[in-house]
Design a protein around this ligand. Sequence first.
Ligand code: MG
Length: 312
Amino acid sequence: MHVPDRVIVVEVGPRDGLQNETAMVSVDDKVTFIALLSAAGCPVIEAGAFVSPLWIPQMADTADVFARISKRTGTRYTALVPNVEGLNRAHAAGVTEVAIFAAASETFSRKNINQDIDASLAGYRDVCGRARELGIQVRAYLSTAFGCPFEGHIEPRAVAQVAGALIDMGAFEVAVSDTIGIAHPGQVPAVVTAVAERVPVEKLALHFHDTRGTALANVLAALDLGVTTFDASAGGLGGCPYAPGATGNLATEDLLYMLDGLGVETGIELNAVLAATRFMSARVGHAPASRYVAAMHAAGASTRPDDRRSSS
Ligand code: MG
């Protein structure tokens, strides 16, 4: 199996995580959370979204968050934008990298952003054009790439086509996303290979959800195919919007534990991410979905060393 020397982990907890939590987290707490993630050495932190507050109230304060982030050298701070208006707001807030979000499924595109795929791509072409003028980098998400809650199976060809269009319009990277957490390692090669025929593999990121317990196995399959960028969320923050109560984003700690074990460099300190997760899980009011965090808590709860050795 091929394993790269280095992987970029994109920390999406402060945006993709918190926007899917029911708790409203204060600006102060978001800024502290982002500071803890920065101190952990995260190379990329998705810190918020310039979307309508009616649409995602959890992200209404993103400009305030950006005004107060103390930026660490070596970390990129990014924000989601749906259109040129959002991009302009991001620019006014000093953001230098944004993310746009298209879908591989027509039905999902219509239900999620109220536009068919072609119309959404036309809008994003405008975003990319304006971003070029402003000197802002654009990352693209491609949702429902491994399956759609409405259509079920999505053809890898269709995924590759939209991914290619996003790169052609100027996105530097496309995060091919398993929105509903159904991807498995038997499927990863088909999707990655199809996309890699259209998009250079170094411009390809993967965004897995651990809803069915397959996220790490999917990462392992993708590493072998040459993918070196993966999204993750501290503590597994965010849940699964399409299966309320289920696990969503792959937890950063779980990913780091596996990558550390494989000898893959990330520049991120696992224990320091754990501190960020502890801080935020107290604010969102539930235990983290991360298996690694659960194991650490269980070990910490056992006060006598003998307890930890009592079974195998
Ligand atoms: Mg996600």
